[in-house]
Design a protein around this ligand. Sequence first.
Ligand SMILES: C[S@@+](CC[C@H](N)C(=O)[O-])C[C@H]1O[C@@H](n2cnc3c(N)ncnc32)[C@H](O)[C@@H]1O
Length: 231
Amino acid sequence: MAPAAVHYAALPHAARAYNVGLPDQRTSCFMPMPTPSKPSCAGAALFLREFLANPRDVGSIWPSSRRLAWRMARAVPLEPGHRVVELGAGTGAVTEALLQRGLPPARLVVVERSAELVAHLRRRFPGVRVIHGDAADLVELLGGPDSVDSVVSSLPLRSLPPRQVAAIVRAASAVLAPGGRLIQFSYRLARPGSLSRRFLAVASGLVWSNLPPARVAVFVNRGAGPLAVGA
Ligand SMILES: C[S@@+](CC[C@H](N)C(=O)[O-])C[C@H]1O[C@@H](n2cnc3c(N)ncnc32)[C@H](O)[C@@H]1O
């Protein structure tokens, strides 16, 4: 599988550890993508209904492709004890990839704002803690700061109101341990801009086999500081 266009925005050596487009020691591109579960018509219909009801919140007509979900999951380190929170799980495309990647269900917490989608996720992933809530309230939802090592976000940051995005980015930085990762996809294909001064972009890669194509970006948490949400 040829790696898609990849660049390292900063820290060229350290960036190898945050690889989203090239193989690393644990998650090689040559590691075959696990077989996805059979797409469920009910899941797709639910996703579409949610989009029609809340287009700004959902941000897409259909769930992420298997390839995009796998690329997100591959950017999460598989160190023992690694704790992950997934934001905006929808019908569970990325959740499934994270579990297939080898993350123990007990190490994963999911936060989703739609009650319908939360009910669906709880049925689909009974071993995973699924919280019905707003990602902007992450610190309260997870019980305090420094509670996870990676944040995996499918939130449509480009369609949400800027003040809400600022609150989400601030909360994600607060719950992440110093040096923890924020993994975010976007339908904006340009290199990731400055999400906030709290986060340093270290790697990104394009995923063409998604409708529309997307870019997965990896940011490292720099901790508290003046918040400036950018592109
Ligand atoms: C683009 S969909 C991604 C769904 C799924 N992860 C995927 O990749 O197919 C975005 C999801 O984020 C959820 N969402 C939007 N704003 C949210 C917020 N502030 N807090 C938690 N979830 C939110 C929406 O309900 C929706 O399920």
